[in-house]
Design a protein around this ligand. Structure first.
Ligand SMILES: NC(=O)c1ccc[n+]([C@@H]2O[C@H](COP(=O)([O-])OP(=O)(O)OC[C@H]3O[C@@H](n4cnc5c(N)ncnc54)[C@H](OP(=O)(O)O)[C@@H]3O)[C@@H](O)[C@H]2O)c1
Length: 271
C-alpha cells in the first residue's frame, strides 16, 4: 500500500483539531487530492471547510487508511464511528497519546492492522518526531505507508516493541516542555544578571533554537560541539562545571525527570 492507493481508495480522518489539521495540511500540500479525504469532526474549523474534503458525510466502505486524531478521553465516543472499518483491509493509525494497541483491537477487532504513533507538538510546524509501532497484523508496507503519512509533520522512527512507548513519551513526547522550561529558566537567569525581560527572552529562545538546529545539522556530535565552545578556564567552562555536576547537574536532573515521566506513562497505561 502506498500514497497512490490512499488517493484511490481514500483516507478517513477521525478528529481534525491541532494534530489532525497539521497532518491534513501536509498531505494536501504534497499532492493528496482533497476528494480522497473524509473527515469526521463535530466542529469543523473554517480552515477545514475551505479544503474541499468531505466533512461529516458517510465514509467509504473500504478506505486505504483511517487516522485517529481525537483526544484519548474522547476515544470511546469516537471509535464506534469507524468500527465498520475493522477486521478488513483498512490500515488504522492512531496518534492518541497513551492509548494502547489492545484498546483499538478490542473495539475494531483483532484482525485489524493498527499502527500506534506518538508524535510531539513541534509537529504543528512540521518539525515533530513521531515513533511508530504496529500490532501483529501490520506488515512492512503498512509501516511504510504510516511513515509516508507521518513524514508530513516531521521525522519518523520505528520501535521494536510497544513497551518502548513509555520511554519515548518521556523523551520526545513530553520533551518539548522540558526545553520550553529551559528557555524560561535561561531567560530568568539573564534577568537576574540585569538584562530586560524582553532581551533576555529573545536571547534565550534564539540560543536554544539555534543550538538545536546546529546539533541536528552538524556532522559533530553534541559532546564535541560542547567541547568546541569551551575554552579552558573560560566563561562556558565556569557554567558547565555547575551544569555537569554529578549530584546536582543536568545528567542527574534529567534522568530523574525522564524516569518520573516514563513511570507516569506506565501507571496511566495500567489504569
Ligand atoms: N497536539 C500535539 O502536538 C500532539 C502531540 C502528541 C500526540 N497528540 C495526540 O493527538 C490527538 C489529538 O490531539 P490534538 O492536540 O489535535 O487535540 P484537539 O486539537 O482537541 O483535536 C481533537 C479533535 O477531535 C474532535 N473530536 C472530539 N470528539 C470527536 C468525535 N467523537 N469524533 C470525531 N472528532 C471528535 C475535536 O472536536 P472538539 O474540539 O469540538 O471537541 C477536535 O477537533 C490526541 O490524542 C493527542 O494525544 C497530539
Amino acid at each position: 500500500m502506498n500514497m497512490t492507493d490512499v488517493a484511490k481508495r481514500g483516507l478517513v480522518l477521525l478528529g481534525c483539531g491541532k494534530m489532525g489539521s497539521a497532518m491534513l495540511e501536509g498531505w494536501l500540500r504534497t499532492g493528496l487530492p482533497p476528494t480522497s479525504v473524509w473527515v469526521i469532526d463535530p466542529n469543523p474549523s473554517d480552515w477545514l471547510k475551505e479544503q474541499g474534503v468531505a466533512i461529516g458525510g458517510e465514509i467509504p466502505p473500504n478506505p486505504a487508511v483511517a487516522i485517529i486524531a481525537v483526544k484519548p478521553q474522547m476515544m470511546s465516543d469516537a471509535l464506534p464511528d469507524v468500527k465498520s472499518l475493522g477486521n478488513g483491509k483498512t490500515l488504522v493509525i492512531s496518534v492518541a497519546a497513551g492509548t494502547a494497541l489492545g484498546t483499538f483491537e478490542a473495539v475494531l477487532g483483532p484482525n485489524t492492522p493498527i499502527v500506534r504513533a506518538m508524535p510531539n507538538t513541534p509537529a504543528s510546524i512540521g518539525r515533530g518526531i513521531t515513533a511508530i509501532i504496529g500490532n501483529a497484523m501490520v506488515q512492512d508496507d503498512h509501516l511504510d505507508l504510516s511513515e509516508a503519512l507521518l513524514l508530513s509533520v516531521g521525522d519518523v522512527v520505528r520501535l521494536d516493541t510497544e513497551d518502548q512507548m513509555d520511554a519515548v513519551t518521556a523523551i520526545s513526547g513530553s520533551g518539548p516542555a522540558y526545553v520550553f522550561h529551559l528557555i524560561e529558566s535561561l531567560a530568568a537567569a539573564g534577568m537576574a544578571q540585569g538584562l530586560s525581560a524582553e532581551l533576555s527572552m529573545q536571547l534565550a529562545k534564539a540560543t536554544v533554537a539555534g543550538a538545536g538546529d546546529l546539533a541536528e545539522q552538524s556532522d559533530e556530535n553534541p559532546a564535541q560541539l560542547r567541547t568546541n565552545v569551551t575554552s579552558p578556564n573560560g566563561t562556558t567552562q565556569a557554567a558547565l562545571e555547575v551544569l555537569m555536576d554529578a549530584k546536582t547537574g543536568f545528567p542527574h536532573l534529567l534522568r530523574r525527570a525522564v524516569a518520573a515521566a516514563a513511570n507516569r506513562s506506565r501507571e496511566l497505561a495500567n489504569g
